[in-house]
Design a protein around this ligand. Structure first.
Ligand SMILES: C[S@@+](CC[C@H](N)C(=O)[O-])C[C@H]1O[C@@H](n2cnc3c(N)ncnc32)[C@H](O)[C@@H]1O
Length: 235
């Protein structure tokens, strides 16, 4: 574990990492295999593009401290670590034990010092104002609405004033009726998220889209990049 990460981490005060109403994935290497298959044969490489775009949107600088919430098997965190360098610090959390185990294996194979831990968005086990940047990719649709609100307020707490949050998620659930129904938490509406972000103390919302691709099954992804208000007294 990166020395800074060890310093930052504190044990969760509020129950075990597994206690969540979110939809946990615990597939480990099977997640990566499934993702590779979908991206190669169904999505035309759009998932790879999505990760690059997500990392670009944060405008990372060497030395920054970054949290990836719902990091899955750590693919984005590994990309992000290259950008913040050895002076930076990247932590990924996910409630799926197999996801975290797989993320550890991938990071170790690449000799990158990323701290992957089991954890949930609703109780982030870090002190206030710890991170410059927080990411959440393709995980908001795993959360029921009240958990989204709670999770965003936790993210606001652990971000430094002026810190950035980048969210990427499948486009509005109405645009993918049927597929969304398979997730018990339902899809995400970026419209709803924008309102929740304002409520949680974020401003300067930027939105971008990767529309559904014409000759692939890629369902379309929306991005939001928001800054935590730097004003005194904000959350
Ligand atoms: C579709 S995966 C996306 C993983 C990764 N961000 C990516 O882009 O590949 C969604 C992840 O959210 C995690 N998740 C579910 N509930 C969560 C919660 N309450 N807090 C944090 N992560 C959660 C799941 O275990 C799963 O690994």
């Amino acid at each position: 574990m990166h020395a800074f990460a060890r310093h930052l981490h504190r044990p969760s005060r509020k129950g075990s990492a597994q206690e969540t109403k979110g939809l946990i994935l615990n597939w480990g290497w099977r997640y990566d295999l499934g993702e590779w298959f979908c991206d190669t044969f169904l999505f035309g490489g759009k998932l790879r593009e999505l990760r690059r775009k997500t990392a670009n949107l944060a405008r990372l600088h060497p030395g920054e401290t970054v949290l990836d919430v719902g990091c899955g098997t750590g693919t984005l965190a590994i990309e992000v670590q290259k950008r913040v360098g050895t002076t930076g610090c990247v932590i990924g959390i996910d409630p799926g034990q197999e996801q975290i185990a797989r993320a550890h294996t991938k990071a170790a194979r690449r000799h990158v010092p990323i701290d992957f831990q089991m954890g949930v968005i609703e109780h982030l086990a870090f002190p206030d104002q710890t991170f410059d940047v927080v990411f959440s990719t393709l995980m908001m649709h795993h959360l029921p609405a009240p958990l989204k609100r709670q999770g965003l307020s936790e993210i606001a707490r652990v971000l430094k004033p002026g810190g950035r949050l980048v969210i990427a998620d499948f486009t509005h659930k109405a645009d993918r009726a049927g597929r969304a129904a398979r997730f018990r938490a339902g899809g995400s509406s970026m419209q709803d998220l924008a309102a929740l972000l304002k409520e949680a103390g974020f401003d300067h919302l930027e939105r971008e889209e990767m529309p559904p691709a014409r000759f692939s099954a890629f369902p379309g992804v929306s991005f939001v990049c928001a800054s935590k208000s730097a004003e005194e007294g904000s959350k």
